[in-house]
Design a protein around this ligand. Sequence first.
Ligand code: URP
Ligand code: ZN
Ligand code: ZN
Ligand code: ZN
Length: 483
Amino acid sequence: MSTVIKGGTIVTADLSFDADVLVEGGRIVEIGQNLKGDEVLDASGCYVMPGGIDPHTHLEMPFMGTYSADDFDSGTRAALAGGTTMVVDFALPSPGQGLLDALQMWDNKSTRAHCDYSFHMAVTWWSEQVFNEMKEVVDRGITTFKHFMAYKGALMVNDDELFASFQRCAELGAIPLVHAENGDVVAELSAKLLAAGNNGPEAHAYSRPPQVEGEATNRAIMIADMAGVPLYVVHVSCEESHEAIRRARQAGKRVWGEPLIQHLTLDDSEYANPDWDHAARRVMSPPFRNKAHQDSLWAGLAAGSLSCVATDHCAFTTDQKRYGVGDFTKIPNGTGGLEDRLPMLWTQGVATGRLTPQEFVAVTSTNIAKILNIYPRKGAILVGADADIVVLDPNREKVISAKTQQSAIDYNVFEGMTVKGLPRFVLSRGKVSVTEGALSSEEGHGQFVARPPAGPVSKALSSWKELTAPRKVERSGIPASGV
Ligand code: URP
Ligand code: ZN
Ligand code: ZN
Ligand code: ZN
């Protein structure tokens, strides 16, 4: 059974052209004119692009005394409905738990996935066991390790642990990721705010000013440089963090920054809303920022100093958010966005002229596929690539509403916003999973994507670090030691 996508304009990260795409056995088998297939999908007036890859999700994750509400079923349905065909979720060992133990938990949950997926592994504590198990995790195709510099007393790791883990990543050809916020300062500021009676959701934002993010980002960059490893900074929300990344890249350091669709399109005025639920539903770390920070993030995407747009999809219901009534530090941190990332970025990025269609493809799939060393199997419209494809109709529009979303939660942070640029079709490894808003995906269709270590950037950097490493000076006549 073959499927032909007919009459569309193919858009990749580097070019656009009119051609049909023939899909068979889950892969792209031909690109050309007047192709024929058993099933025909009419793409006239549409852009045929690689399906989105969301490199940052938290599905059914134990966090802050509860579990995030979307699992691999509802989460990957939401992904597909919005044109995303692969998610990378975080396997999160609780401190003291082995990495392989956590991986087993994530393997069990992910059997429900409707689209392909991979995992990052979190390093939430440090020991010989963690050091040893990192190798086995890499052997199983998980080549990225996330470190939290915030969430003191829970997931946070200190600089010595960060340095040890980054060095281990360098040895294994893996890439460290960081949640960059200074957790010590956040803890102090939070206690001070609460003591002054500042206990509402807006105080969450006051406790995490841009400086805590800028400082931690710069620290992580310098530690990674000393460890000789590339670095990927998740959820970059502000100019201070972006500035550190920009400066590092300009100096030849191998650093990537990931803004979220939420930070690009929603601002800190949300926390001033008089409705407690409205503000609490938008509590996430880092918090939403003002328009100047948003402009910085958009500029970074256009300039190439920021590389990938993600969601950090970590959805909690209103009831779960209410755990924090009277104490903002107990509001589960996280927002949703899986279904809305592509339509929101197209509407506010491409349709406004902030991004080209090619840049849109780069930041929604191709760049992360390269970073994760799975390009061109993913993130490409090429013969031989997996047929993970979104056929985007630039004229199809809707008003975002929780009533029609796939996510299991009872609200949507983008509620009431109009998006223009929606999938006409979405294919997951060749399976037509969405047709004009109607889902035909299948639970369990999604497969784990193993990723090889030592991608081109890791290899180049390790060669350079080896070449420029400090070396002992060999001397012939060494004087006798003094008394
Ligand atoms: O608030 C957030 N971002 N929640 C999800 C966990 C994390 O920090 O990425
Ligand atoms: Zn984080
Ligand atoms: Zn996250
Ligand atoms: Zn289902």
